[in-house]
Design a protein around this ligand. Sequence first.
Ligand SMILES: O=P(O)(O)O[C@@H]1[C@@H](OP(=O)(O)O)[C@H](OP(=O)(O)O)[C@H](O)[C@H](OP(=O)(O)O)[C@H]1OP(=O)(O)O
Ligand SMILES: Nc1ncnc2c1ncn2[C@@H]1O[C@H](COP(=O)(O)OP(=O)(O)OP(=O)(O)O)[C@@H](O)[C@H]1O
Length: 424
Amino acid sequence: MSIIITDTSPTDWKYVSEGGSSIVFSYTGTASNFVGTALRLRKVDNILPSTENAEEPDDPTILFQHRIIEKLVPVNYLPRLQTVETGRAWLEQLARVSEEKRSAERRAKDRIDVGKRKSVLATDLVGGPGFAVEIKPKWGFLPSPRHLSPTSAALKTQTCRFCMHSHLKTTESEDVALGYCPLDLYSGDKDRVIKALHTLWDIWIGSSGGVNNLKVFVEGQVVKPTTLPVSIRPLATQILPHDLEVPPSLDTLRDAFTSLILPLLLDTPVLRILSTHQRQLDTLDIEGLSTLWKQANQPLGSPNLQPPVLGEGLAQPSIAELEAFVEIYLAKHKSMDHDHPDTANLKYYCLAYFLSASFKDCSIMLRLSPTENGWSKTITVIDLDVKSVERLHKWEQLDRKIIQNYIELAEPSHCVDQALVDSV
Ligand SMILES: O=P(O)(O)O[C@@H]1[C@@H](OP(=O)(O)O)[C@H](OP(=O)(O)O)[C@H](O)[C@H](OP(=O)(O)O)[C@H]1OP(=O)(O)O
Ligand SMILES: Nc1ncnc2c1ncn2[C@@H]1O[C@H](COP(=O)(O)OP(=O)(O)OP(=O)(O)O)[C@@H](O)[C@H]1O
């Protein structure tokens, strides 16, 4: 059952943040149905018209979370998601009052899709007292060399996908988290997690919050840092003693920030759950998947005919198909012979890779609310969205490009996958 939002005033919804496809608002009014909630709206490219769909289904994220993700991630680490009914006039007013909060780059690119009649109401993970830290951890494993070409095996078993991709992005002049290695964050090792947090912090400051691997919110507002400590005063007032006389240095702030969130990251099973699914679902690597695809699609008796590109003709999986996949994944994945994948299981491996992409691209939100004795701390996984199956070919091409670019580097990074170290 959906609830109706148009009785609330759009001015009670405050802009929080946005990604490539969604924009999020936090409720600041008093209607009891909405206190503690955030509204996640879809955006549309400025060159396209708004949606016109009389028979609009619920946002796919909702079914995807309820029927797929909740079987793979315990619900206490997921936001509550619910369909909410919106209306064009209400959304237009919200868009008008919130437009000035959006960056010029975002505004030039896209806008709220005011034609949508249904949106997502979620647990608000940033509003209220205290602060929240959002980390986009990305890929947390090194692949098995089993299905890799000799050249890429030498690289991919030494340097993680994120570090190689960051290198490619710097050559393309993109702002990236260069120096941050996800394998440190996922390691479970105190010193390495500190290293990851310090690097993310330095990049956060150095990029004025422009790199998406770390975001900080204080009482619902995003903190925009500069190299001047005063820019992060809202965070400083949360994490440092109030009677501190001298303005704290950036290093003092970084250390206080790290020591507050470190125990949460070391104690939680969430990072392990994410990296385990990423690794298991991507068991062949995109190279192995591509080889299996070619074997399965090579027209019989025509070895010279080119098979279709990876994923071509594969329909976007329905929720029922994904549900059936997850049942097999949970029951049989560990006992399957992934070293010798059967072409009969091509669809299984395509769906697995497709699902791994959601786990590689989600974020975690750490929420710290003050209590009488310290802090109450929670961790929630957000942005576990359905990907488009059409991306399979894009991921294959991107993988090649990353390797071709990285191969030219004289001193590759050495990334350590702690789960592999612990398994020997
Ligand atoms: O390809 P990647 O690893 O750069 O991931 C993309 C993300 O880039 P980043 O995390 O900045 O590296 C990218 O993030 P941004 O838009 O850069 O914030 C998206 O999350 C994209 O997924 P989608 O197109 O929104 O479904 C992501 O694309 P997919 O790979 O998940 O298709
Ligand atoms: N439940 C929530 N409560 C508070 N803030 C949230 C919530 N969900 C998302 N946000 C904020 O809104 C931002 C955009 O949301 P989200 O990541 O879901 O968008 P997206 O367009 O799917 O992102 P991406 O381009 O990374 O795929 C997040 O990065 C986070 O800062």
